[in-house]
Design a protein around this ligand. Structure first.
Ligand SMILES: C[S@@+](CC[C@H](N)C(=O)[O-])C[C@H]1O[C@@H](n2cnc3c(N)ncnc32)[C@H](O)[C@@H]1O
Length: 524
């Protein structure tokens, strides 16, 4: 193999797949569990034991015993080889984690060419150098814009044992990054951590684990534990284009003038030029209906949402656009402890959304809207991924309240999400939003926190409703429990609602007390 084979093919491949958005969706594929599953079926394969531990063949008088002995030796050699390979892979990854990777495209390209050449040269020297060769190929993979394409090129050009080592490094790298997530997120200044907690027991006695928020210090009643900006949000369709900001969901006071869309559409307004700029950059450039005919895909998408009074298709479109924005504007540092929007969302649990004609239509509209503008989106938005995203939004999003009760009547949308002040369901919801940390906030019928929107924007503040000790789990109410300090309904009704909407059995102290009281009055 010529020294430049990989580099030559790789350059060709980048040209074919195109750079830009395609890069992003390619990276997503690499992190995709399905893709990883496919990888794990090819790697790590154990090279023949003779490679590292040549078998010593000694004639033996008992052929059957000898066969068994040889089998045993072979098995333990293979095991030792696997362990040794795993150890050196792990060490190599530790070293690579401490390296600083280049930021500019020029420097990345330089590193890529150097590492690939080094890898090829080492691989050509023979088995003894396979580990080092794999490390070089892996480094090249780290800076290459389209890793999946490069893996395919490696598969065709690199000796099989080296390829298997590169694959094993890739798998372990993804696994490590996943495990690191809850160690670095949420950041310390949020005063909470995400812990594994017991959720209950299955019918066959297995413990169910969920993740929840735990305080990392003490809090007084009324103290703000953290504030959080959502990953994605959306106004109620009925408020769009009126006096509500399309970006931060704030109501624009009558004394202030609204900021209109700089691209020129009349469907949305903003409370400030700052909100307008952010919205256009992050998502509105893909959704804007300006200067387009009424039959355009943008109009069709917007009309669908208004006519059916639904926010989630629009939120999914925004979410995908935001991912593209993030990927094309951020300065990569190559650090393993940095996570993007998808990394956050990927971890959230969700309720299954069944495919039906509504979802099929939404996927079609979304693809027609974004497809021509975002290369790679067509393959990325599979039916499964769309339903998963919708399920995650429906399960985890909060209703956002940016107006006081009685200030405005907003038609309720048919979509399900948790309401911030579930003790006051009459409170009008301005929209819905998905938050990274708050998504992990569990339910209790006597919670120790409340979700609020003190700036009357999408920014959420989690407030302690009683003194909280470090290490205590934080909870809020997903459903209406009290009204003006008086219970509005009993544990049976609350439990039913929680089971229907969130599929879990509430076992909070209040439910326990009420159940015990009901049981004792039944006995009397
Ligand atoms: C909004 S989701 C939160 C899940 C979280 N975002 C995650 O991805 O792990 C709500 C789910 O958390 C679990 N949960 C919340 N509060 C709970 C509680 N008090 N007891 C048991 N499970 C609870 C239930 O599975 C519920 O359906």
């Amino acid at each position: 193999m010529k020294t430049s084979t990989v580099a030559l093919i790789a350059v060709g491949a980048v040209v074919t797949v195109g750079i830009g958005y395609a890069i992003y969706f390619d990276q997503k594929r690499r992190n995709d569990p399905e893709f990883r599953k496919r990888l794990s079926t090819v790697a790590p394969k154990t090279p023949p034991a003779t490679l590292a531990f040549p078998c010593i063949s000694v004639p033996h008088p008992h052929p059957e015993r000898e066969r068994k002995r040889l089998l045993k030796v072979k098995k333990s050699e293979e095991e030792a080889f696997k362990n040794k390979a795993a150890e050196s892979i792990s060490q190599a990854l530790d070293e690579i984690a401490n390296e600083t990777f280049p930021v500019t495209n020029q420097d990345k390209e330089k590193l890529f060419v150097e590492e690939v050449a080094k890898g090829e040269e080492l691989a050509a020297r023979g088995e003894e150098f396979y580990n080092e060769a794999a490390v070089s190929f892996f480094r090249a993979l780290k800076v290459y814009p389209s890793p999946v394409e490069l893996v395919m090129i490696y598969q065709k050009t690199v000796p099989e044992p080296v390829f298997n080592l590169v694959m094993a490094m890739m798998s372990l790298d993804v696994k490590r990054k996943q495990e690191l997530y809850y160690k670095v997120y949420p950041p310390a200044e949020m005063n909470v951590r995400i812990d594994e907690l017991p959720e209950g027991v299955t019918d066959d006695g297995k413990q169910i684990i969920r993740r929840g928020l735990v305080a990392t210090r003490d809090f007084d009643e009324g103290e703000v534990i953290y504030t959080e900006i959502p990953v994605v949000s959306a106004l109620e369709p009925a408020l769009e284009g009126q006096d509500f900001c399309n970006f931060c969901l704030k109501q624009i006071p009558a004394s202030e003038s609204t900021v209109t869309c700089s691209i020129g559409c009349e469907k949305v307004v903003y409370c400030s030029t700052d909100c307008e700029k952010k919205a256009v950059a992050q998502y509105h450039q893909y959704l804007c209906t300006s200067s387009l005919s009424l039959s355009s895909k943008e109009h069709e998408f917007a009309t669908y949402a208004t006519k059916n009074n639904v926010k989630y298709p629009g939120m999914i479109a925004r979410f995908l656009a935001t991912m593209v924005y993030e990927e094309t504007t951020k300065v990569p540092t190559g650090r393993d402890d940095e996570y993007n929007t998808w990394d956050h969302i990927e971890r959230l649990r969700f309720l299954e959304v069944n495919p039906g004609p509504t979802e099929a239509l939404e996927i079609k509209l979304l693809k027609e809207l974004l497809g021509p503008k975002v290369p790679g989106i067509d393959e990325f938005v599979t039916e499964e991924r769309y339903l998963t995203l919708k399920g995650k939004l429906q399960y985890n999003a909060y209703g956002v309240e940016t107006v006081a009760e009685g200030e405005k009547t907003v038609p309720k949308s048919p979509e399900q999400h948790r309401n911030a002040r579930s003790t006051s369901p009459a409170h009008p919801l301005t929209g819905a939003a998905l938050y990274r940390a708050t998504s992990y906030l569990a339910h209790s019928c006597e919670p120790n926190t409340a979700v609020s929107f003190p700036r009357r924007t999408q920014e959420l503040a989690l407030v302690a409703t009683r003194p909280i000790k470090q290490g205590e789990e934080l909870t809020t109410s997903y459903v209406q429990v009290d009204s003006d300090g008086e219970p509005v309904r009993g544990h049976v009704e609350r439990k039913k609602e929680l089971a229907d909407a969130f599929r879990f059995k509430c076992a909070c102290k209040r439910c326990e007390r009420e159940e015990a009281a009901a049981a004792s009055s039944d006995r009397d």
